[in-house]
Design a protein around this ligand. Structure first.
Ligand code: AMP
Length: 428
């Protein structure tokens, strides 16, 4: 097995190819090691404030347990930086999972070492065990590029991964939120389990189906809605989407880097001056590809961003001393119309500072427009993060085709980036 020589930079991701899922394999009597995304929000007393990520993992978990597999679950929680931190223990997740499954979930106090190993060996068919936070060990997050350049790091990452890999006969990945990373549990472990079944769970299957189909075979018009703070974060996405989508609607702070490049006065709105030229190039590229780019023509502006502050509406130029915090009513109406006829929609990033009402109005208008278009038959995909929060806040989840469980991962998928940890898993 020569996984060290694998150059993850050059691995080609055949994301369109269907991956084998847990439904394609026999788990009876087997030990199954499954990577989940149990990175749940906790309050100061370590109570889970949303069990959404646990609930979403249930279909795959149940499939394995009902199929007679012995299940070993692993996940990260937060960023403990390679050290044990009881505030980021997965123990509350084991408790909640026990309640949801109506069976005891065994908890291992560490993810490697003698205790989890013994407990894994003792598991019977239908038993479920959760390992403690993977990121209590710094080896989990060693990047493969770094490991390739440093023999000690390579050894440390491999030793850590081997302990996990040796526990099981089958590897399952259902953690889309970290699918764009090459963490030990996502990449090195399945590489070490070469020759054994290595498949995806139902959650990742759904993510790949929705996003893969949207990019490769979209219903048209195909509309992308991009917002949020930084244009620099979304350059790659815009570049990849020009030529694929019919229309790109831009809101949020990132719009002002484009508008300044277009010669507009933007007051003290957020702007990435280093990206003005790049923004202009993208607009030209889009025009050449006959991809319509829609920017806000009016804005809600404030002198200072704070709760309860008075705002006013600026059409066109923004006066010095004022900062845009949301798209204005004309833009909101235009965006609504530009979304109404869409047959495929991808949305990532809010239209304004939606955390501080009333600067959530533009984001809410867009969320409603996306839900309305979905009711009329469009496929809508929300790329996690703030846009997903906005949809949830409005109770519109059921009127959206797919809300991704991975903000960063879905963005990288839309950028057309390679997901090496999925590439290595079994094809149908
Ligand atoms: P991102 O993580 O890039 O998706 O950005 C999300 C953040 O962008 C949210 O916290 C919003 O408050 C912020 N944001 C959106 N529009 C604006 C704006 N016009 N001015 C300042 N921040 C904004």
């Amino acid at each position: 097995m020569d996984f060290q020589s694998n150059d993850i930079e050059v691995l080609e991701v055949k994301q369109k190819m269907a991956k084998k899922t847990v439904a394609d394999i026999d788990v009876k009597g087997k030990k199954v090691l499954m990577r989940c995304d149990f990175n749940v929000p906790l309050d100061d007393n370590c109570n889970i404030t949303s069990d959404d990520r646990i609930v979403k993992a249930l279909p795959t978990i149940k499939k394995i347990l009902e199929g007679g597999g012995s299940l070993i679950l692993m996940s990260h929680l937060g960023r403990p930086k390679g050290q044990r931190d009881d505030k980021m223990s997965l123990a509350p997740v084991a408790k909640r999972l026990s309640e949801l499954l109506e069976q005891q979930v065994i908890f291992a106090d560490d993810c490697i070492g003698p205790e989890p190993k013994q407990k894994a060996q003792a598991l019977k068919p239908g038993d479920c065990m959760l390992l403690e936070n993977l990121r209590f060990h710094k080896e989990e997050t060693i990047k493969d590029k770094a490991a390739k350049e440093d023999a000690q790091l390579r050894q440390a990452k491999d030793d850590f991964a081997k302990e996990l890999a040796d526990m099981a006969d089958i590897y399952v990945d259902d953690a889309f939120g970290t699918a764009h990373r090459d963490n030990a549990s996502m990449y090195t472990v399945p590489m070490m389990m070469e020759g054994k079944p290595r498949v995806i769970g139902f959650l990742i299957e759904k993510e790949l189906k929705f996003m893969g189909e949207a990019l490769s075979n979209p219903g048209r018009p195909f509309v992308a809605i991009l917002g949020g703070a930084k244009v620099s974060d979304k350059i790659g996405v815009i570049e990849n989407l020009i030529g694929k989508v019919d229309r790109i609607i831009i809101g949020g702070a990132m719009a002002y880097t484009f508008l300044k490049g277009n010669g507009k006065s933007i007051g003290k709105s957020l702007c990435e001056n280093d990206y003005i030229d790049k923004g202009q190039k993208l607009l030209k590229q889009a025009a050449d590809a006959e991809c319509e780019v829609v920017l806000p023509v009016d804005h809600h502006v404030v002198r200072e961003l704070k709760p309860g502050v008075q705002y006013r509406t600026a059409v066109g130029d923004i006066d010095p001393g004022f900062q845009a915090v949301d798209i204005g009513p004309i833009a909101a109406q235009t965006y609504k119309e530009k979304i109404a006829d869409a047959k495929t929609i991808v949305w990532n990033g809010p239209m304004g500072v939606f955390e501080i009402p009333p600067f959530d109005v533009g984001t809410k208008a867009v969320a409603l427009a996306v839900a309305d278009a979905t009711d009329k038959g469009a496929t809508s995909i929300i790329g996690g993060g703030d846009s997903a929060s906005a949809v949830n806040m409005l109770g519109l989840e059921d009127r959206i085709s797919h809300i991704s469980t991975g903000g960063g991962a879905s963005l990288e998928f839309l950028e057309g980036k390679k997901f090496v940890c999925l590439e290595i898993l079994d094809e149908k």
